[in-house]
Design a binder for this molecule. Structure first.
Ligand code: FCB
Length: 434
């Protein structure tokens, strides 16, 4: 425990997302989402894995909340499956779905855990995709309607509501390179989708504020520091462009009412008058998800990243100081609201042996990233909490169940949960740093 204490009131949590853990994909009136469609289409996901059952959390949420309590954390970040509460994404609401999130939130509060809800973690109702999905502006209005209903329903009991999780992934991975649902491959479309996502965020913020929602309202963005591989102009330009498309693309509209410019960046969406006024709503918090840095090499073949601290099981470089670099940079570039680190974590090739998982690399990952976070806080960035991704091993999107990010191991045959060494370490770290 070499790291000095974190600010008083700092929140310690774990994070999950609906499609990755809930399962019960066809139960109690839930409608299909684009991830049901995408995951069932042959060739899209590693070994054809789907979220049909996942961690069966829909049926096991009580035990899972007990598990969260046993980690010694004080906050839990989860997402609401839009098609569970509004099966077609417009029109009728599903009481059984709404009741599920009521029970989840009440149970968290009973256990003294602060609920942090996310409205959109990628599972768009297929009914909306069928009429255009995020490619159409109307979907932004549907999202605002959904936000208003959920805000009214849960806003007096949850600590925070985030509109979107990582809109970059929805836009670029979902519509640019087709790795995620709905699997489109068109960068002009991805740019337009990103604009509709931002617009939907602004409209949802307005709708929830107008409804008097008391919870802290904000958005969650995935961000990275960026390093040019060499000092060449080409590499520096590339680094600037990558940073602009990854970080500034979402930060500039929200904080500066414009899209960024960068060398070679030439795809922009159609923007209507007044859109930036809608997008740039004041935030109560900004959620930042940090996993790795971006390494920019324009050479062919590219100069590889040095990976001095190794890589995770996804092949992502482990680079904790990138978290400090990133936080200091965004804090200098924008007038930030309080920040939560809403995701940070590591996929590791864990093995369960004699009811134990000795995941030392994960402990080292979290320890070094918390040190990097501590350094950013010491340098003046207002960070109010940290959520480890993830509570459980779960459905890692197009990687299926093969990549394990959890503090708790899941045996998908039996659904048995086994806290890993990192879970015990995290509990002790939190206790020592409160
Ligand atoms: C983030 C996602 C989350 C999880 C982690 C590993 O991009 O928000 O759902 O897949 O990566």
């Amino acid at each position: 425990m070499t790291v000095s204490k974190f600010p008083s009131g700092f929140s310690w949590g774990v994070a999950t997302a609906a499609y990755q853990i809930e399962g019960a994909a066809r139960e109690d009136g839930r409608g299909p989402s684009i991830w049901d469609t995408f995951s069932h289409f042959p060739g899209n996901v590693h070994k054809g894995h789907t979220g049909d059952v996942a961690c069966d959390h829909y049926h096991r949420y009580r035990e899972d909340i007990d598990l969260i309590g046993s980690l010694g954390v004080d906050a839990y970040r989860f997402s609401i499956a839009w098609p569970r509460v509004q099966p077609l994404g417009r029109g009728a609401w599903n009481d059984k779905g709404l009741d599920f999130y009521d029970r989840l939130v009440d149970r968290l509060l009973e256990k003294g855990l602060r609920p942090h809800a996310t409205l959109y973690h990628w599972d768009l109702p297929q009914g909306l995709q069928d009429i255009g999905g995020w490619a159409t502006r109307e979907t932004a209005q549907r999202f605002a309607d959904y936000a208003e209903v959920m805000g009214k329903r849960l806003g007096d009991r949850v600590t925070a509501i985030a509109t979107h999780n990582e809109p970059w992934c929805t836009a670029v991975l979902g519509h640019g390179i087709g790795q995620f649902a709905p699997g489109a491959r068109d960068f002009q479309l991805a740019a337009q989708v990103s604009h509709h996502l931002l617009l939907s965020h602004g409209l949802a913020m307005q709708a929830m504020r107008a409804a008097g929602v008391k919870a802290q309202l904000g958005i969650v963005l995935n961000q990275s520091s960026t390093t040019p591989a060499t000092d060449s102009q080409a590499d520096r330009d590339m680094a600037e462009r990558e940073y602009a498309t990854f970080v500034r693309w979402f930060m500039d509209p929200i904080f500066l009412k414009r899209y960024p410019k960068a060398p070679g960046l030439d795809i922009y969406p159609v923007v209507r008058e007044n859109d930036f006024e809608v997008i740039a709503q004041p935030l109560d918090f900004l959620g930042i998800n940090y996993y790795t840095r971006i390494w920019a090499s324009s050479a062919k073949p590219p100069v590889p990243a040095p990976k001095l601290m190794g890589e995770n099981d996804m092949g992502w470089e482990i680079y904790p100081q990138g978290l400090t670099e990133l936080l200091l940079k965004v804090n200098a570039d924008y007038k930030l609201p309080p920040v939560y680190i809403t995701e940070n974590g590591m996929a590791n090739a864990d093995v369960l042996e004699g009811n134990q998982v000795n995941d030392q690399p994960r402990i080292e990952y979290v320890r070094t990233h918390l040190e990097a976070l501590r350094a950013a806080i010491a340098a003046g960035v207002d960070v109010r909490g940290y959520f480890y991704w993830s509570l459980l091993d779960n459905y890692e999107w197009n990687s299926g169940y093969d990549k394990r990010f959890g503090l708790v191991h899941v045996d998908y045959e039996t659904q048995k949960r086994t806290p890993k060494a990192s879970a015990h370490w995290y509990r002790d770290f939190i206790a020592a740093n409160r």
